[in-house]
Design a protein around this ligand. Sequence first.
Ligand code: GLN
Length: 533
Amino acid sequence: MHTKFIFVTGGVMSGLGKGVTTSSIAKLLQLADQKVSCIKIDPYLNYDAGTMNPIAHGEVFVTDDGGECDMDIGNYERFLNQSIPKSHNITTAQVYSAVTDAERRGEYLGACVQIIPHITDEIKNRVTKIADDEKLDFLIIECGGTVGDIESLPFLEALRQLRVEQGPQNVIFVHVTLAPSLDVVGEQKTKPTQHSVQELRRIGIQPDFLAVRCTLPLEEKTKTKIAMFTNVMPKDVLSCHDAKSIFEVPQILYDQGIMDSIFTKFGIVGMLNTSSNWDKWNKITADMLNHENNKIKIAMVGKYVTLSDSYVSVNHALRHSSASLGRSVEIDWIDSESITDYGILSKYGGILVPGGFGTRGSEGIIQTANFAREKNIPYLGICFGFQLAAISFGRNVLNLQDANSTEIKKDLKYPLVDLLPEQKDISDMGGSLRLGANDIIIKDSTRAYDIYHTSRINKRHRHRYEINSKYIPEFEKNGLVFSAYSDGGKRMEILEIPSHRFYLGVQFHPEFNSRPGFPEKAFTAFVKASSET
Ligand code: GLN
């Protein structure tokens, strides 16, 4: 079968949940036994998300192949339970630099290089290459930004052209808009949607579906009115009302007949029976919702605590794990910069320190790691939380005064955490950390082995610093064990304190491997320990 393309565009304003709409449509097609994947287009000028501040832009999601991607890629992975390569996050910088590099090599010799056709061709080639290489039945492409933005114009133009080239029977457009109500019982307003669709049609795109965000289900009369003004059939004006969980959105769309409509538009007959897939998925989503009253309290201590999206994968991973244990988690974010009374941490079942960078807030994390160790409170430290746990042990147990990481302070007497040797000659900030999945060897008879039940795991990384191996014997003599390593023993990957209830630090990022129904094992072990108070 020719790959069918579904393009998802955004209207009215950002933050309406295009990513969830995209993931949900992909999930429905996957539940119908189709081979699917998603692409995220980010029209900004950064080459990738790696250099962006997580407070403003949300987490940087790391792929197996070392991409530092937009967090929507994480949504796709979690909905589809499938790894997405970095080529699926296309940015303006990638497209333009490919074209200007080709121009310098002389590949367009004689031509005046222009947005149309050169930039649009490069965009189309990237999209169709993924469809062909991965032999996909369906490819859903989410275009970031809002229609009308200058940045997204070349991308929308490329998508418009793709419909002409691939044929209308192979391309569907879904436009995500908003129907605001001025108060809870108020009328659902259609004007923003009307204007947004007009803007889209002005650049030659007529949407096939509208996914309309609203607080309460879209009323029939609102649907009819939107349909009349936008040339979209009333049944294809879909209500995307508030749900308790994003994982309910596939069902919400399915109940409105989106699958029948998609298959009809694509001319596909005899849709497959999907009941067994649905049963599994429904069980997973129900488990995520059914234990709301049975909460485990977790303190998440870090620097980027103001936006919950900064650690979206960590939040999800905790929820996947608690659901698998028949519980739910209540996460309190605590700013490591402002914490003064560490006693407040005693009321939590467990303390988690996620990844982070830089000096600000690091002292608070070191103290937090020490408090968790001294008070025997379950602790999970990820990346920065792993490195700073080692420093806290160095200062407080090994008595290495002012021990630190050279990331935080230069010229240290005890640089317990130091730059990775291969980083020494690197000056570029973008894409230059140790990134992506690597094999990790776990030692026998350790807590890490008990958790993973195997001596080899493969986990994703994103760091520039590492444990300084010079100090390992001293750590191990005093009760802290490095129970896993990588790169032939050069790189420490897991630390644990066997005498503690649960004290685990991981250099890698387990959160990127956690999926609904398939929780990551270190998270589950941590959440389980945190529930046993
Ligand atoms: N800042 C630390 C490093 O670069 C930790 C990185 C992280 O937590 N992702 O090694």
